[in-house]
Structures are given as C-alpha cells and as structure tokens.
Design a protein around this ligand. Sequence first.
Ligand code: ARG
Length: 586
Amino acid sequence: MLPQKQIESALQAAVSAVLPAADVSAVLVRPCDPKFGDYQSNALMSLAKQLKLNPRQLATDVVAKLDVSAVCEKVEIAGAGFLNFRLKNSVLVAALQSAARGEHLFFAKAAAPKTVVVDFSSPNVAKPMHVGHIRSTGIGDALQRTLRLLGHTVVADNHIGDWGTQFGLLLLGWKKILDRAALEREPIAELERIYKTTNAECDANPAQREEAKLELVKLQAGDAENVAIWQEMIVLSQKQFATIYRRLGVKFDVALGESFYNPWLGEVVADLLTRGIARESEGAVGVFSDGTLPPKEDPFLVSRDGEWVADPALVRKSDGGFNYMTTDLATIGYRLKTWSPTAIVYVVDDRQFGHFKKLFLTFARWKAEDSKRTKLVHVGFGKILGDDGKPFKTRSGDTVKLGDLLDEAEKRAFKIVSEKSPDMPEAQRKEIARVIGLGAVKYADLLPNRQSDYIFSWDKMLALTGNTAPYLQYAYARIKSIFRKAEGTIQNAEIHLAAEQELILAKHLLNFGFTLEAVAEEYRPNYLCNYLYELAGKFTGFYENCPVLKAEDEATRNSRLALCALTAQVLQQGLQTLGIETVEQM
Ligand code: ARG
C-alpha cells in the first residue's frame, strides 16, 4: 500500500477508536507545505466542530490511538488541530523502489469503484463542429481517462443532437434548394448553407415557417421520405464527427443521440402529470416551482419588473412536440435502467446552467429514491475568447471550425519543429508537429479553471517554455535523450535519496495519485496540468543540481537514472490522461 494511504487508513482507524459512531470517510490526508511536513489532515477540526468537541483535545486523543510509526516520524499536532506527518526517508525510498519495479505508478485503484456516465462532446447534426466543441470534448475525455485510470467504470456517452426543430428547416431547405454536387464535395457546409438560407427566408416569409413546421411534423410522424433524408443528414454528420474524434483520439462507449429517446417521451410527460410534478399551462406542459427554494436560487422563477414570475421547465409544447428537457429526463431514465450509475456527469457549457439546475431538481422530485443513489453533476465551463475579449472568431467574423483549427495548430507546430531541427526527416517533423500542435490546443483548454473564460493565443500555447503542453512534451523527450546517451540499460537500480532536490522530486512523484483523485473528485483536469508543470520544474531543479550521467559514482548514477525514468513515466502517464501524446525526440 502507498504510504499516504497507510497514513490515511491508520488515521481513520484511530478516529473510529476514539469516536466509534463517526463517519470517517472524510478523514483524509493531503500533501502540504513542506514547512509543516509532507502530509496534513484538517479533518479532525471539522469533525470536532460537528460534534461540538474541543479540536485540540480530539487531536490529542486520536494521536494517542494512532500508530504510524512504521511510515512516519513523530506526528505533530499544530494550530487549531491540524495533524502533520513527515515520511520516513526509508519509506519514501521503498515507495520509489516499488514503483521502479513496476508495482505501481504512485496511484492506487479506487477501493470502491463507481460507475460514472460521462455525457460529453454532444455536437449537433448538420452543423460543423467548431472551436467551442474542443471544450466539452477535451474536458470530458480527460475526465473519462482519469476515472478509468483509477479503476472506475465509465460509460462515455456522446448525446448527439439529432432531433429538434432545426430539422423542419433543414428538410424544407433540402427539398427546395439542395445542391447535390456541393453536398458531395462538402456535406456539412452545404447543410449549413441550406439551413441558414431557409431560416432567413422563413424570417421574411411566415408562411414558409409554417411549411418548415409541417416538414417537422411529418418527420415526427414517421413520413418515409423525411425519415430517409434525416437519416442521410445523420450519416453525413457522423462522418465529420468521426474524423475529428479520430484526430483527437477520443472514443465513446455509446453515442445515443437525442432521437434514441423518442419512444419514451410521451410516457415521461404522462408520468410527470400523474405524479403531479408537471401541469398544463396555456396548452403546454411544464414543471413549476414547488416553493421549497428561496426565489433567488429557484431556477423555476425569474425576476421580471421586480416580481418573481414562473419560468417552468417545459416538457410538452402546445403543438404536442417535446422539448430538450423531456429528452434529458427520458435519458436519465434510460441510463438508470441500463447502468445504475453512481453519477451522471454532464460536460456542457455554463450557458446551460439553468437547464441543468431545472433538470436535476425535476429528477429529484420525479425519482426521489434513485436520486439518493445517483448523483447528477453539471461540469460546466466558460467561453474561448479572442484577443479582443469577445468570443473567438475568424478574421471575417465566422465561428472557427474545429477541423481548420487543428490543421492550423499542426501547421504552426511544423514551422517551429522545422526551425529547431531542420535536419530531421520531413515525415518525422510532421509527426512531431501533429503531436505538439494537438497537444498545445488541448492543454491550453484544460489548464484554466474550467469555469473561467480564456483568451485563445497561438503563441502562448505553442511556447516551449511556461505552462504549456510543448514544454511538458519537451521535458519528457529530454529525459528520453538522457537514456539514449546513457549506455546500457539499468535494471533494479538501488535508489538513494540524499540531495535536497532528489527528495523534493521524489515526494512530488509520490503525490501523483492524490492529484488524480482530486481531478476525479472535483472534475477538474487543471489540477493535473499544474501537477505536471510542477513536476517538470522540480525535475529541472534536480537535473541542474544533481549530475546524472556524470554522477560521482556508479550507484548514484543508477539511482538518479531511476528517478529520471520514474519522472518520464509519470509525465507520460499524466499527459496521456489529459489525452495528450508524447514523442521520444523533439
Ligand atoms: N447538443 C447540445 C448542445 O449542443 C448539448 C447536449 C448536452 N447533453 C445533454 N444531455 N443535454 O447544446
């Protein structure tokens, strides 16, 4: 068992010995400021607060029952009731040694694996994937990879938007103005064109909008011609999606589009009506406030002219059609029945915050028992901005297509690689540029706190210095080059930690698992980005101060090479968990 886990379970046992009834699941240890030690727990203070005990006294009682002498120096009680732990050097060495033998890579599989449905990417049919889709796709993919690495069961579900009012316009446009040759050449562009043109025409001519509605009604009623056209649009879109996902290395377990849930929509509404959760209003059906929340926090209310008025979650329109909300409710029903998940995680733009708040509250009212077992989480994120602080657009003011963006990333990376290594064969430069370019875009998107907006900057994300993917990829390649210079392979080297920078690096390596757990707990891949950036920095500190190939003796050299190898492994595993590849040479 990893030493930090040993401390944690010994601490939990000691707390249980003192307070047999306490819930110890939140009694955790975390890495801390080296001034205080290697690990710290603040859990006793919150426990004391809950139980109205004196925290220092509780800490003293717990420490009296706590035996961690096998892994730690003397445990210190600090401040209001913090516990500080300092690892024994021999234990740190043993942990590194077992990692070097391949027994672990500083993380442990979850003791209680969860089943998590991750709903991410979810583009819409007949529309191009644009720069904004990198957010849900990249964050969702990093989260699913982290959860899987920790041994959880993941269902990655692409909830494709393949249903809804836009198909009325698309069908009408298809029948009236489709250019078959253009569709063959550039299907998505042509679908976009017929959509935009028809929409503009409908704005000018209300009768045409009625026509579009009729096309939609026919589709919903199963009209053979319209269903065939709709399916063709889906197939064309899926080709586009597949190309992008292949480039990004993103895989889904299922891709159940919105239309998949059509058979259940009527039942959902009927059930909500019978249970009194939804009611009719002006011909439509909606879920209204139940008055249990203060108006400010109640998503079913909006303030208008200083008054709170109803803002229901509509589940059936007055024309009988169903809503986005209805589909999401049916989707929850299906997911519960199919996977009984511990959590369903929606990686969706923060602009849909209100939608998800309504959805989650409706779920809790609709399926109260299930909502105790299955947690719904909205993993929201902000916008990508241009230099001007406005949403990122092309020079001509169009949305940036994702495919074009990835092309440009590779092109720019190719220029950088070619300048750095002009003698490298072109095919190799191309491959490195692909890995660096895609990595740079993904990493720049994962690095900020996901809820903040960030400014898109090619220069910043492609820089070889600073907190970027190329910097980390370069750190990895540099370690690999040490091994190319070191002659022969070293196996089972004995690890010694003496120099300060060796200890700092070793302790940081040991914290990889904590970081992964925090990412999985709070759905924040940026924790892992920052961890890796610090790792690269600590490695540099080590490498500049502790000669490796020119070490004073064979034993030191081999021990340091082992540290290099472990750092490279964690860098590679960490980047891979963010969906970012590495190359052996740059
Ligand atoms: N297709 C939707 C959009 O582009 C996102 C779907 C998110 N997932 C969900 N279950 N609502 O806005």
